[in-house]
Design a protein around this ligand. Structure first.
Ligand code: HEM
Length: 181
């Protein structure tokens, strides 16, 4: 697994997008963006475990504070992280959340409650709301090589937007959990 990490070294920052909101104040994907993420997800799914692990390995490399907030990973060396069953399991759970979201992509409202509750549970997992925003850009770095010359700005924008929506809803849940204390 070490080989694909080193390929992603260097700057991993992606410019923030202006977020589009619907009348209820939730960011949303346009019809064209829904088509772009749905079509590409079919391909990404073939490598979903690898993509999830690269996403989180890159996230921990660029933001060590996130790694340290994951109790089982505190002070773990990179090589041990790569082989961690917990890392694989969480990476797959995140990808599973994306998959569920994709299966209801045409009725984004229906997924809202489920994702907000997931964010609420992350209060108990030591996650901070800023961390959710960091996942999307690392996911982009993980999937880009698979698309090579087929990658373009529209596809990048659509995927960033999808992760912005997940992050927006999870932040909302986390805030709700904190307010309820
Ligand atoms: C898009 C972002 C994320 C998604 C979709 C996501 C999804 C999930 C899911 C589905 C679970 C399984 C347990 C449950 O349903 O309550 C979980 C558990 C967990 N998450 Fe996340 N997560 C995200 C980001 C993060 C971040 C940034 C952290 C950093 C602290 C984190 C830390 C944890 C921990 C510690 C657990 C419990 C252990 C485990 O199940 O591996 N998550 N997450």
């Amino acid at each position: 697994m070490g080989c694909f990490q080193s390929r992603h070294r260097g700057k991993k920052k992606i410019a923030k997008l202006p977020v589009m909101f619907n009348t209820k104040g939730t960011p949303y994907l346009t019809e064209e963006q829904r088509r772009l993420v749905s079509d590409s997800w079919q391909e990404i799914k073939d490598n979903v475990e690898k993509v999830g692990v690269i996403t989180f390995m890159n996230l921990f490399e660029t933001h060590p504070e996130v790694q340290n907030s994951f109790m089982p990973f505190r002070n773990l060396k990179k090589i041990d992280m790569e082989h961690s069953a917990v890392l694989r399991s969480h990476s797959l759970r995140v990808m599973g959340t994306v998959d569920k979201f994709m299966s209801r992509i045409d009725s984004q409202e229906k997924s809202r409650g489920v994702i907000i509750e997931l964010g609420q549970r992350h209060d108990g997992y030591n996650a901070k709301s800023d961390y959710f925003d960091m996942v999307g850009p690392q996911f982009i770095y993980a999937i880009k090589p698979q698309f090579a010359e087929r990658w373009n700005g529209e596809l990048e924008e659509a995927w960033l937007k999808l992760f912005q929506i997940l992050s927006f809803l999870m932040r909302k849940g986390l805030k709700r959990a904190k307010n309820a204390k």
